[in-house]
Design a protein around this ligand. Sequence first.
Ligand code: ARG
Length: 586
Amino acid sequence: AAKEEEETMGNLKQQLIKLFDASLKLTVPDEPSVKPLVEVGKFEDYQCNNAMGLWSKVKGKGTQFTRPLAIAQAIVTNLPTCDMVESCSVAQPGYVNVVLSAKWMAKSIENMLINGIETWAPTLSVKIAVVDFSSPNIAKKMHVGHLRSTIIGDTIARMLEYSNVEVLRRNHVGDWGTQFGMLIEYLFEKFPDSATETAIENIQALYKPSKMKFDADPEFKQKAQKAVVRLQGEDPVYHKTWEKLCEISRNDYAEIYQRLQVELEEKGESYYKPYIADMIEELNSKGLVEESDGAQVMFIKDFKTPCMLVKSDGGFTYDTTDLAALWYRLNKEEAEWIIYVTDAGQQEHFDRFFKAARQVGWLPENDETCPRVSHVKFGVVKGEDGKRFRNRDREIVPLADLLDEAKTRSKDALIERAKDKEWTPEELDQTAEAIGYGAVKYADMKKNISTDYRFSYDEMLSDKGNTAVYLLYAHARICSIIQKSGKDIDELKKTGNLVLDHANERALGLHLLQFAETVEEACTKLLPHLLCEYLYDLSEHYTKFYSTCQVNCSAKETSRLLLCEATAVVMRKCFHLLGITPVYKI
Ligand code: ARG
């Protein structure tokens, strides 16, 4: 029991739900299926909204209650006594308002400071999840869309990991499509004696001319299509060239991932090839495969276009691999939740393919029941002019350039800002990187990701408003206040007491305590912007507190330093979940 208590320590909402659940069981014993409706309060800290709904259920059934307010009163009376709740009141027509005990809140924050932010981690019911993200296509450049997928997918993975889920981070690279036939055939034609060596030099320059030839020259097109089949049939020469191409791209990607500090494991489309035959066999045995113009397809209820399983030339498609990969993830990896992060343009593909998987019986009809699949779709990245994001030459902006630029600009700003400060070159470089990359990541996630977003260096690197720069500075300032006090904060954690007297101290404390439920919501609803909003609000609460409550050299210095430290700890955890490196000096 002690363990359980510890686990939910940080999650206010969960704890209140438990209390109200106990109360509801006593208040309306004939309605055992009623779930407590607890939310952050409009008037007080939290509120419970069950009485109104219950009233319409029980009235006219010989109930003792005369109106919703009477039910609310009974809910209050039946609430188990606990340290957490200071008082409850009822309001028309039947709300229960909850005021938390400031003493209990302070204790909970003290506990977190001593035992670490991990004690506030939510526990989800899912044990193993796959996050399929980043997933660029070999031999094509990784573009801003893949950057978005990388950033968002990483944060989703981090939130799940923090919530005690085992996450399989999967890079589903496009290493097995039609483009390889085209690329390899083009290489063979242009460099008959040195195809593989040439590939190393020219992979990026290869795509465009080979695609042009593919589109313009029907004979070449046919050859390329045959080459895909040869490749998929493991022809050694084709296979070797393909491997080279993959390797070159892989090294390019690795550099980007390292810069962004994103870890993921490549299991590309080709990885699932050995499972395709059995997968199609299963669909066949269930009578789901049909012949259409020489191709094997599976028709899906409510979808005009079928899933293409085997093309008339024998080649497999994006659909085929996704089905095989899903089978593998469900059966070999035993994932209970599989999350795909791509741009919204792929919505139809995922809708159809999810439906196909339900039709085969791999997934339950109800998409809330495990195993679950989710498509996290994000909007297009646009340039400052509102058009598709391109550089001056109207080319797609390579990712490395974009990161370089963010870093350079943030370095310039740092030098400008900290003229009188002493920085070692390494310090400056690391800080510029943390801020520059952090800005790119934060800008990507701060609004609901399903919306398109405008990429603007000036906006994301501004030190005002809801930006990573502003938040990183806020964190560094808190750290410097603690440092300036000259107190040993670790010692204070053990011996000092936190008291939440002032209204702004209390408001900040309450917000800190809402961290766990925010992560849980952001993670179960797959909405990273909820975490960004939380972080920004935290800095606002902190500013209010700091502008009204003197910290250093005040009578309440110890308590207030502890509150500063708790704020810094929670901010750092937010940064960590967003893949942003905190800075301590500005
Ligand atoms: N390679 C694809 C693209 O760049 C994304 C793959 C997403 N994952 C998946 N299992 N389909 O568009």
